[in-house]
Design a protein around this ligand. Structure first.
Ligand code: HEC
Length: 250
């Protein structure tokens, strides 16, 4: 092997400790990806009130249900309906909304909220900072039109992902470049996760203006899954399964 040329280096030629270190990076990458998919599932699968992550969940989460108030959308066929198991409670809140969500009528719904919602939506609860519901004024604030997740949340998630993942994708790409696959494969798969990430966050940012972009988001998710699969499994296969002696002599 010409050791002065990086181009002729193959992963299978590396020493065992180097292959172990690279493999650990790739396995951790796979784990991190699996956990992030699980997190996405937990966060959004109930947005339409039904288990399973669908285009409707994404539309409800990022575009909203603009014919209704945020509160009605959440408790009627949305992610908060599960916390209203007592028959009649949901209907009581919906009729209060229908009647104009007046302060004089608030005593009709206040005990229901206290019983079913305040464990989380109160200062100290998991939604106490983002969305407390422990007074009339605070509940009134969720009787606005449901426009989906605030764009500030998108900005926060997008900036941390773009900042950190570009480096991870560079590592994956460089490792993959030392696989013995054709230049065509490399030209497709090395840039693919970068493209998928940009398309994903771009589509997410524009869904409030064009809800059908949820399908573009799903496409970018599939692209991301495919690229992570190829960029991790390809090098692992090359390092541990492929006949290393055949490579060394070739
Ligand atoms: C186990 C904790 C928990 C309970 C109980 C709970 N919520 Fe939530 N709620 C959340 C979380 C987490 C979110 C953010 C995720 C989401 O929107 O699905 C949320 C979001 C909301 C939102 C949207 C807030 C926003 O700014 O987008 C509303 C409205 C809401 N809940 C109302 C209720 C009502 C009404 C009840 C009682 C029937 C209730 N919640 C019970 C945890 C809870």
């Amino acid at each position: 092997m010409d050791t002065t040329s990086l181009n002729s280096l193959r992963l299978a030629h590396l020493s065992a400790p180097m292959r172990v270190a690279i493999s650990l990076f790739l396995v951790m990458m796979g784990l991190a990806y699996a956990v992030s998919v699980f997190n996405l599932y937990l966060t959004y699968n109930l947005a339409d009130g039904e288990p399973g992550l669908t285009a409707e969940d994404l539309r409800r989460s990022f575009y909203g249900d603009r014919n209704r108030t945020l509160l009605a959308a959440k408790i009627d066929g949305g992610s908060m309906e599960q916390f209203l198991p007592v028959p009649g409670h949901k209907e009581t809140i919906l009729s209060w909304l229908q009647d104009g969500a007046l302060e004089v009528d608030f005593p009709r719904v206040e005990p229901i909220l206290r019983e079913s919602c305040l464990s989380c939506h109160t200062p100290g609860g998991i939604m106490g900072v983002r969305r407390p519901l422990d007074s009339y004024e605070r509940v009134k604030a969720v009787t606005v039109v449901d426009r989906g997740e605030p764009i500030g949340l998108w900005a926060r998630v997008a900036h941390t992902h773009l900042m950190s993942l570009k480096l991870v994708f560079l590592c994956l790409g460089v490792i993959f470049s030392f696989c013995g696959v054709g230049q065509g494969m490399k030209a497709w798969f090395m840039p693919m996760p970068f493209a998928a990430l940009v398309i994903d966050f771009g589509a997410r940012g524009l869904i409030p203006y064009a809800p059908s972009l949820v399908y573009v988001m799903m496409f970018s998710g599939a692209l991301m899954g495919l690229s992570i699969l190829v960029l991790t499994m390809g090098p692992l296969y090359e390092m541990w399964v492929l006949d290393r002696h055949r490579l060394a002599s070739g």
